[in-house]
Structures are given as C-alpha cells and as structure tokens.
Design a protein around this ligand. Structure first.
Ligand code: HEM
Length: 162
C-alpha cells in the first residue's frame, strides 16, 4: 500500500465531517441510507436499460426509450450514491484503503462498469435505429448487468475480508 494513499486516508479520517460521522451514534446509519438510496436509483435504472437491451419488455419500449425516460434519475442516483459512498469511506478511510474487497470494488469493478454504462448511454439511440438489436449491443447490456452485480457482491464482502 502506497504511503501517500495511507497519508491521504489518515488525513481524510480526521476531517471534521469524517469525525462527526464516525463519532455519532445516529449519523452513520443515515449516511448508509443515503448511499443505499442513491445506489438503488443508479443500479435500478441501469438494470432497466440492460434488461431492455437483453430483450425484456420487447414490444413495449425500445432500450433507447427506456434510457431516455430514466436518464435524469440515473444521474441523480449516481450523484447521491457517490456522495454517500465518499462519506462512508471518509469515516474509516484507513481501514478501507487496505481492504481487498473495497479496493477491487472501487479500483476495478466500478471503473469497468462505469465505462460500460457510458458506452451504452452514448450508443443506445444508434443501436435502436436498426430493425433488430445487434448481438454486440445485447452482449454489452449483459456485461453491464453482470458488472454491477459484481460491484454489489464486492461491496457486501467488505466487512468480511478485513
Ligand atoms: C456507484 C456504485 C456503487 C455501488 C453499486 C455500491 C454498492 C454498495 C453496497 C451494496 C454496499 C453495502 C454493503 C453492505 O453493507 O453489505 C456499499 C457499501 C459501501 N460503499 Fe458503495 N457502492 C458504490 C459506490 C461507492 C463509492 C464511489 C464509494 C466510495 C468512494 C463507496 C464506498 C462504500 C463504503 C465505504 C461502504 C461501506 C462498506 C462497509 O463497511 O460495510 N461506494 N456500497
């Protein structure tokens, strides 16, 4: 573990906000709730588009229509999830930066899933111009779905791999 990262984590953990969250008996659960509300919106809206790409709900709405209808809630969810996640992280930063599940979640899985998401959001309209979705479009939808499930799995494992 790099010294600079540990120094940063130690500084963050001693900021007023981090100490207030860590020392209060009620603040931590509310910060957790914030993270969970945000990620429910974010992951929920992503999953809706991914399932639509895979073919669920075919005939009701195209994946492009689903994506367009949900895009504002999608990014609101992301902003809330990241704000909550950063506050949870700050409260015990020195523990998290040496936790393998946290490092895999934040350093590998979230960036991969995020790139996949941005590709889908950028391309879904073009994909839906053709009469049938290409197998590649379906594969990218399935990949995003699996990656967010992997993010959630890594997150749930954080307390168990300390
Ligand atoms: C946007 C995608 C994200 C998803 C889907 C996600 C998912 C989750 C889930 C499901 C948990 C609950 C684990 C449990 O209590 O069983 C969790 C906890 C947590 N998340 Fe996230 N998260 C995301 C982003 C972030 C970010 C960006 C950060 C920090 C920079 C972060 C930091 C944390 C921390 C510190 C915990 C508490 C871990 C613990 O001690 O139990 N998350 N996350």
């Amino acid at each position: 573990m790099s010294g600079a990262l540990l120094n940063f984590a130690s500084w963050l953990e001693n900021t007023r906000l981090a100490l207030a969250i860590a020392d209060s008996s009620w603040a931590y659960p509310y910060v957790q709730l914030t993270h969970f509300v945000g990620l429910s919106l974010w992951v929920g809206t992503n999953v809706a588009v991914d399932l639509s790409l895979i073919g669920v709900g075919k005939g009701w709405q195209t994946p492009s229509e689903v994506s367009e209808a949900l895009i504002v809630w999608n990014w609101i969810g992301f902003a809330i999830a990241v704000a909550g996640g950063l506050m949870l992280f700050a409260a015990s930063a020195t523990t998290y930066v040496i936790n393998p599940a946290f490092l895999v979640k934040l350093g590998v899985l979230i960036p991969l899933a995020f790139v996949c998401h941005v590709v889908i959001q950028g391309k879904v309209h073009g994909w839906c111009q053709k009469p049938n979705l290409s197998p590649l479009a379906k594969l990218i939808g399935l990949t995003e779905l699996v990656l967010w499930l992997a993010v959630i799995t890594a997150a749930v494992l954080i307390p168990f791999v300390a």
